[in-house]
Design a protein around this ligand. Structure first.
Ligand code: C2E
Ligand code: MG
Ligand code: MG
Ligand code: MG
Length: 277
């Protein structure tokens, strides 16, 4: 009706919403420039084994914004997704990860370090995803066995036949897969068996209260048992306390990531921390 249309219109011109639209539009334009001007910088967060030994790192993007300083993904991933810029951004991050792997290949601390790169569902479903990844791999000379793609259950929820085909093609190249934020989406257990998944990444939300919440502990124990049955590795994310890690070790978790072992760090800081005597 005219009345509700009027109401919608009023809502549309709400000054708060309008300024949200302007700032979204502005963020999108600035992000486009950021991609061209190398303002995106990969940070690295350590992944360790039960003894605390470095086994890998997750690549987490930061934006060196010329006016606003260093921005975390929460400030721009949403706009990147809705504008589609997440696709070129994703390739840029993957290429930077490959370049870093090659640069670290001579360093003792990083010899067998795997780098985990986040891939959005939007990027994964691009028709030429496999070809683009293959081309970046070959032009960089990075060892695909050291690259892990972090996908989420939302990626699997798309056309499963084509997702499955793509994952198998990438696996043939040597790439491995980790299922990020595991337990928060709707995974069919059938997919876990069918798809070439190397690792389940237990979401931070189960780890946070694991010491006091019996349900969270039960969920973690169940995920670890399921993974063991299927021959899949497990890593826990968001480990902040020694006691959390001790409990996770006691129920069979073998890899860990979280502030207890280091925050996401610039390449320089990460390198320094692990090469220092
Ligand atoms: P994610 O992939 O689940 O990454 C883990 C997030 O948890 C990171 O936030 C990390 O800093 C944070 N974290 C790690 N350990 C702890 C901990 O012990 N405690 C707490 N409270 N937080 C912890 P960050 O870097 O802000 O990234 C947020 C999300 O943005 C990521 O979640 C991922 O979904 C997305 N993202 C980051 N970089 C990229 C990228 O290059 N490409 C894509 N597509 N997404 C990315
Ligand atoms: Mg991740
Ligand atoms: Mg995660
Ligand atoms: Mg998460």
């Amino acid at each position: 009706s005219a009345k509700s249309a009027g109401k919608d219109q009023f809502l549309f011109f709400d000054p708060v919403m309008q300024s949200d639209l302007i700032s979204m539009h502005q963020t999108e334009n600035e992000l486009r420039i950021a991609l061209e001007n190398n303002q995106l910088e990969p940070f690295y967060q350590a992944q360790v084994d039960a003894q605390g030994g470095l086994i890998g790192a997750e690549v987490l993007i930061r934006w060196n914004h010329p006016e606003r300083g260093l921005l975390a993904p929460a400030a721009f991933i949403g706009v990147a997704e809705s504008s589609g810029l997440i696709v070129p951004m994703g390739y840029q991050v993957f290429a930077m990860a490959c370049t870093q792997l090659v640069a670290w290949s001579g360093c003792e601390f990083a010899r067998k370090l795997t780098l985990a790169v986040n891939i959005s569902a939007r990027q994964f479903e691009e028709a030429d995803f496999t070809a683009r990844i293959a081309s970046i791999l070959s032009s960089s000379g990075a060892n695909p066995e050291l690259l892990k793609l972090e996908i989420t259950e939302s990626t699997l929820a798309r056309d499963i036949e084509s997702v499955s085909l793509k994952m198998l093609e990438l696996r043939k190249l040597g790439i491995t897969f980790s299922l990020d934020d595991f337990g928060t989406g709707y995974s069919s257990l059938t997919y876990l068996k069918r798809l070439p998944i190397k690792q389940l990444k237990i979401d931070r939300c189960f780890v946070r209260d694991v010491l006091v919440d019996h349900d969270d502990k039960a969920i973690i124990v169940t995920i670890i048992a399921l993974a063991a049955t299927l021959g899949i590795d497990v890593i826990a994310e968001g480990v902040e306390e020694q006691e959390q890690q001790a409990l996770l070790v006691s129920v069979g978790c073998e890899s860990f990531q979280g502030f207890l072992f280091g925050k996401p760090e610039s390449q320089e800081v990460f390198e320094q921390r692990f090469t220092a005597p």
